[in-house]
Design a protein around this ligand. Structure first.
Ligand SMILES: Cc1cc2nc3c(=O)[nH]c(=O)nc-3n(C[C@H](O)[C@H](O)[C@H](O)COP(=O)(O)OP(=O)(O)OC[C@H]3O[C@@H](n4cnc5c(N)ncnc54)[C@H](O)[C@@H]3O)c2cc1C
Length: 514
């Protein structure tokens, strides 16, 4: 039974229950298709007829209007039907969120009704020379009268060939100013059958056994203005918005595979007897199952929380990146640990654990690699979303009574004094006592005395010229941080000021002060 979340609506809960029944009824068929490397047209057609492709599509366009949460519920359940799950997920990425956010009314009318009816779609970002560096696309669109003429290639495109709708990010400007402002890309959507648009190659991968993934070629493809989604130059913004959705829905699919791994290990560990008892009584094995359950819980919570934020109209860049990054890492780790806990059985293709590892490896690379996720989380957290939260409100000072540095809201003894070179050197020397290896930022000094940043920088420059501090400069050539050097420390205080020994240390016997 699918565990629901307290914020799910009754419709969400019903959707999850219906989907679970659908999955159980089609599991065998999906597995047969997987082992025989056949595309599951039949199951996908049934899903189309039941309207599940429309889970995230507004009712006005023939969908169920269950938002990002609805799309995640479908992705999570269908994720257990292997190829079916991949095709559904990628089809949603091929424009659902982007068209709802950026499409014109005519585009919504045309495309969203098709998505709701189950038209398979593909999202086309990657090219031979543009992988993680997704802005570096070579495929170009040039204006010719009322039309755009597209030339180029896309690669690693899931649903290539089987997809009817292709949602593409294409270069519309070579102006370095547009490139610098990420305004050089635009978004286009068009269908197979368009003249000059062809399938170039299907990849034979270590995963995606019956999931088509390949290269596309565009040779003088003529598209009307109406094929452009959003404005010219808005492609990067649309791509980023689409990727939040992509990472969230991809992470939801991982929840399904974690559940299946936990179920399989539970099944196996109850029935495999070694040393006269079932494996489940061996702590290594039961703790592995405990870790799978813990990861499953975290993974689902993160995916559905991210979906909830999207449904509230937010752009959860950090949350969707974390969901994608951690969920697939956990799937990888869980696959490896499940093999260990099941022994040789798990290495045969009679059990689907080896598949989980291959799929998780793909997951660590697609939709932005996990390294790119880490970079995104770092950059967005430190320069936008969490700048205030990450700033420590404390100053660290040596507490003479406790004998250790402690965090304090107290701004220190000099807060009412005007900054002078002597005072700044004292502040730097005090900081050396508690943070001996760190520089002080200009703002750290500013918080402890009176004076503008400009004035404190000038004082620091003077101290540097006098050989008393070491300065670190930013790219604009301004002093950003300073620390007192040994000469500066000597000038600020006598050597005994810096001494510190733990209680247990025998100063009388072992210390020396020349
Ligand atoms: C099975 C599969 C399905 C896919 N489906 C689609 C699809 O439907 N549509 C689509 O557009 N694309 C798709 N892709 C492409 C996928 O998104 C890219 O593979 C991915 O973005 C990484 O690009 P790359 O493989 O060229 O690796 P590269 O970008 O060459 O990266 C190689 C290594 O360098 C690291 N690296 C690169 N730059 C940085 C950086 N700045 N900081 C830290 N590390 C860095 C990467 O993390 C990685 O470890 C798919 C790929 C696969 C394998």
């Amino acid at each position: 039974m699918v565990e629901s979340f307290p914020w799910w609506t009754e419709e969400n809960k019903k959707l999850a229950k219906d989907l679970e029944t659908f999955v159980l009824n089609h599991y065998e068929e999906a597995e047969r298709h997987y082992f025989m490397k056949k595309f599951p047209h039949g199951i996908l057609n049934e899903l189309k007829e039941l309207g599940y492709f429309g889970a995230g599509v507004p009712k006005k366009y023939g969908g169920m209007e269950l938002g990002a949460t609805g799309a995640c519920i479908v992705a999570e359940q269908l994720g257990r039907l292997y190829c079916v799950g991949h095709c559904f997920t990628v089809s949603m990425l091929g424009g659902l969120h982007q068209l709802i956010e950026f499409g014109t009314e005519e585009q919504k009318e045309y495309w969203l009704t098709k998505i709701a009816k189950g038209q398979l779609g593909a999202v086309c970002i990657t090219e031979p020379f543009a992988g993680s560096d997704a802005a570096n696309v070579y495929t170009s669109a040039v204006k010719d009268g009322d039309e755009w003429v597209i030339n180029g290639k896309k690669r690693y495109i899931t649903n290539a060939g089987t997809g009817h709708r292709y949602f593409m990010y294409i270069k519309t400007s070579d102006d370095p100013k547009d490139r610098a402002a990420y305004r050089h890309l635009s978004t286009f959507v068009f269908e197979r059958g368009t003249k000059g648009f062809s399938l170039e190659k299907i990849n034979d991968l270590i995963g995606f056994d019956n999931v088509p993934n390949g290269y596309l070629n565009m040779k003088d493809v003529h598209l009307p203005e109406s094929a452009m989604v959003g404005e010219q130059g808005q492609g990067w913004e649309i791509m980023m918005s689409g990727l939040n959705f992509e990472r969230m829905i991809g992470s939801a699919g991982v929840g399904g595979s974690l559940l299946d791994a936990a179920r399989l290990l539970h099944f196996h560990s109850q029935r495999r007897i070694q040393f006269g008892k079932p494996l489940k009584f061996i702590e290594n094995v039961s703790f592995t199952l405990a870790r799978l359950v813990a990861r499953l819980k975290y993974a689902r919570l993160m995916s559905f929380y991210t979906a909830y934020l999207l449904d509230l109209g937010k752009q959860p860049i950090i949350e969707s990146s974390i969901a994608k990054w951690f969920n697939v890492d956990w799937a990888m780790q869980s696959g490896i640990e499940t093999v260990q806990a099941m022994g040789g059985d798990a290495l045969t293709r009679f059990y689907p654990v080896e598949r989980m590892i291959r799929e998780a490896k793909i997951g660590q690379l697609v939709a932005g690699t996990n390294e790119v996720m880490a970079y995104l989380v770092y950059r967005v957290a430190t320069s936008m979303a969490m700048t205030k939260e990450l700033e420590t409100p404390f100053r660290f000072k040596m507490d003479e009574e406790a004998g250790y540095p402690i965090a304090t809201l107290d701004k220190g003894p000099y807060v009412e004094q005007e900054a002078t070179s002597e005072l700044v050197l004292k502040i730097l020397a005090e900081d050396y006592r508690v943070n001996p290896s760190l520089y002080m930022m200009i703002d750290d000094i500013k918080k402890q005395c009176k004076g503008s940043r400009k004035k404190i920088r000038e004082i620091c420059k003077e101290l540097e010229n006098n050989g008393l501090v070491v300065a670190f400069y930013d790219r604009k050539g301004e002093i950003k941080m300073v620390k007192a050097n040994y000469k500066g420390l000597d000038k600020a205080y006598p050597p005994e000021h810096y001494r510190w020994f733990p209680d247990w240390y025998d100063i009388e016997r072992d210390a020396f002060f020349g």
